[in-house]
Write a protein that binds this ligand. Structure first.
Ligand code: 4NP
Length: 155
C-alpha cells in the first residue's frame, strides 16, 4: 500500500522559515498533482499561537500564497508518528528534533537541504535578525528544495 506523504517542516520559532517552506511545498505539490499532508512547527515555544512574521507573510504573498492565518505551534511527540518526513531548516533544529524523537521512528528526519543534490548538509539560514532581503533568500532556497521533494514524491 502506498502511504500518503505527510511532510513536517521545522525551524526554531515556526514564524519565519518553516511557514515559507510549507507554503513553497504546498505550491509545488499542487503543481505536481501530489496529494500530501503538509504542516510546520518550531522546536521552541516562544511564538506558539502567533501568525508568521510579517516579512514571511509578505514574501509568501509575492508568490501568490496567503499564510497570514497560519498559527505557530511547537513540535510534539505525535508528530513522529503522524509524519512520513520531518525536515529541519538547520543543524540546531535537527539536533533538537533528534533529542526529543522516540528511539524508533519510521519518519525520515533530515535537513531540508539534503533533498537537493550537492546541497547536503547545508542550512536554511535564519533570516529573523536581518532585513526583507533575507526572506527572499529563504524563499529561494526552500522553493528549490520543495520542487525537488515534490518531484521525488510524485515519481
Ligand atoms: P524561525 O526564525 O526559526 O525561522 O521561525 C526565528 C524566529 C524567532 C526567533 C528566532 C528565529 N526568536 O528568537 O524569537
Amino acid at each position: 500500500m502506498h502511504h500518503k506523504p505527510a511532510i513536517l517542516f521545522v525551524c526554531l520559532g515556526n514564524i519565519c522559515r518553516s511557514p515559507l517552506a510549507e507554503a513553497a511545498f504546498r505550491l509545488e505539490a499542487e503543481k505536481a498533482g501530489l496529494d500530501a499532508h503538509t504542516d510546520s512547527a518550531g522546536t521552541a515555544a516562544y511564538h506558539v499561537g502567533s501568525p508568521p512574521d510579517p516579512r514571511s507573510i509578505r514574501e509568501a504573498a509575492k508568490h501568490g500564497i496567503d499564510i497570514s492565518a497560519y498559527q505557530a505551534r511547537q513540535i510534539e511527540q505525535e508528530d513522529f508518528t503522524r509524519f512520513t518526513h520531518i525536515f529541519a531548516m538547520d543543524r540546531s533544529n535537527l539536533s533538537n528534533i533528534r533529542a526529543i524523537a522516540p528511539e524508533v521512528v519510521a519518519a525520515r528526519i533530515a535537513l531540508l537541504m539534503d533533498v537537493l543534490d550537492g546541497s547536503g548538509g547545508k542550512e536554511v539560514e535564519d533570516p529573523y535578525y536581518g532585513g526583507d532581503h533575507g526572506f527572499a533568500v529563504t524563499w529561494e532556497v526552500v522553493a528549490m528544495a520543495a520542487r525537488q521533494l515534490a518531484k521525488e514524491l510524485t515519481s
